[in-house]
Write a protein that binds this ligand. Structure first.
Ligand SMILES: [Zn+2]
Length: 143
């Protein structure tokens, strides 16, 4: 084996490893994307510190306030969630089957206001608020 071949072989082996990893990665991404797309959400649940406080069904346009000491209704689409940790206001879009945080006092970055429901889950960590999509049978969608 001459010097050129010695230098070539590990490089090629490394190439195969990289391509194999890329192939596996793209397969995983494809499956994950497929799984999320097929399991369409038709509602969501809001949790405070792991306890469900509100649930919504987009199709029936029904909103159920489970803990009315925390959740206050502003109108059909807007609800205020206020706990000892702070306040979040959510807005439900029934036509787009979506929900978003439209106001909060959780910090300067207000990260929960920039999270998209279509990505799966909205979390306001400082306020221990989680908004999770639910599927047709009202079960949680993991993803
Ligand atoms: Zn927040």
């Amino acid at each position: 084996m001459d010097a050129v071949e010695k230098a070539k072989k590990p490089f090629m082996r490394g190439d195969i490893v990289v391509y194999t990893l890329l192939l596996i990665l793209s397969l995983i991404l494809f499956i994950v994307t497929l799984g999320v797309k097929t399991e369409r959400s038709n509602g969501f649940s809001v949790y405070f510190d792991g306890v469900e406080i509100l649930k919504c069904d987009f199709e029936n346009k029904s909103v159920t306030v489970i803990d009315n000491s925390i959740v206050k209704k502003i109108d059909d689409a807007n609800y205020t969630i206020s706990t000892n940790l702070g306040v979040n206001e959510i807005e439900i879009d029934f036509t787009e089957s979506s929900v978003s945080v439209v106001d909060t006092d959780c910090g300067l970055s207000k990260e929960c206001m920039h999270m998209s429901f279509s990505d799966g889950i909205i979390v306001c960590a400082p306020h221990k608020i989680v908004i999770r999509p639910t599927n047709l049978s009202g079960e949680l969608i993991i993803g």
